[in-house]
Design a protein. Structure first.
Length: 256
């Protein structure tokens, strides 16, 4: 896809004028234009965004959990597979922590098994498109929704769509939220209308029970259904979130 050049120039505050959170947030938002939420970002792009986000985080006011409430839309992901903004994949990474891929996987950022699986999934990106990715946070829950469209052939209309919905209970911490993954569902699926795929209609995956069962059976990371949302910057317009595995996500507030 054609990259869009940001219309807002990236400026460096002068030595006599301290940087302001608002201007830094605007710079971060402008620099993400043309990166397809990070899906098409080069290594240099990712390094530059990481540096700009670091500048913004340095100006973050004291964290208040209530500021996370509302519906937030993903505008940047440090990971090429932007579906990883769903906390389900944070738990999946934690579940496989310490396990290496049996063979090297091209494109994987490490020899970890989870990274290998993500690299394979990302390589299939020619056949699917990730639409809007949102997180809705209330006082006690987080609901992540990721729109997926299946496109088996380039330049042709999708053959089906679905919304991957992950639900977690949440509790405030000093740095963000502690999430307990409950279930992941395939909702509003038109894919289920295709021959042989009717079973995908409103499928619900019991994340907590399944992760615990797999962990017990295969001696994997226990309690992988609990993950941390680390809020390093939040305003009434922009939120920066990091995970324990080093994922970086920038989201904009849609509505409260």
């Amino acid at each position: 896809m054609r990259a869009i050049t940001p219309s807002t120039p990236i400026s460096t505050p002068s030595a006599t004028q301290p940087p302001q959170p608002g201007s830094c947030a605007g710079t971060v938002a402008a620099h993400q234009l043309g990166l397809e939420r990070g899906a098409t970002a080069s290594a240099a792009d990712r390094n530059e965004v990481a540096a700009l986000v670091g500048d913004l985080e340095a100006l973050a006011p004291p964290f208040e959990p209530y500021e996370l409430e509302g519906t937030w839309s993903l505008v940047y992901s440090s990971e090429p597979g932007i579906y990883r903004s769903s906390p389900f994949f944070w738990g999946f990474s934690r579940l496989l922590d310490g396990k290496n891929s049996p063979t090297p996987v091209p494109g994987a950022k490490s020899d970890g098994l989870a990274d290998g699986i993500y690299a394979v999934t990302d390589a299939l990106g020619l056949f699917y498109t990730v639409g809007e990715a949102t997180q809705t946070i209330t006082g006690s829950s987080l609901v992540s929704e990721v729109d997926l469209a299946i496109e088996p052939l380039p330049n042709l209309p999708p053959v089906g769509r679905s919304v991957m919905t992950s639900t977690a209970t949440c509790a405030p911490t000093a740095t963000g939220l502690r999430l307990t993954l409950e279930k992941t569902e395939v909702k509003d699926s038109t894919i289920a209308s295709l021959p042989g795929l009717g079973f995908l209609s409103d499928v619900a995956f019991p994340t907590q029970n399944a992760f615990d069962a797999v962990s017990d059976a295969l001696k994997l990371t226990p309690n992988a259904h609990t993950v941390s949302l680390i809020s390093t910057y939040v305003s009434d317009a922009l939120r920066v979130t990091r995970t324990e595995d080093g994922f970086l996500f920038v989201l904009s507030l849609i509505h409260i």
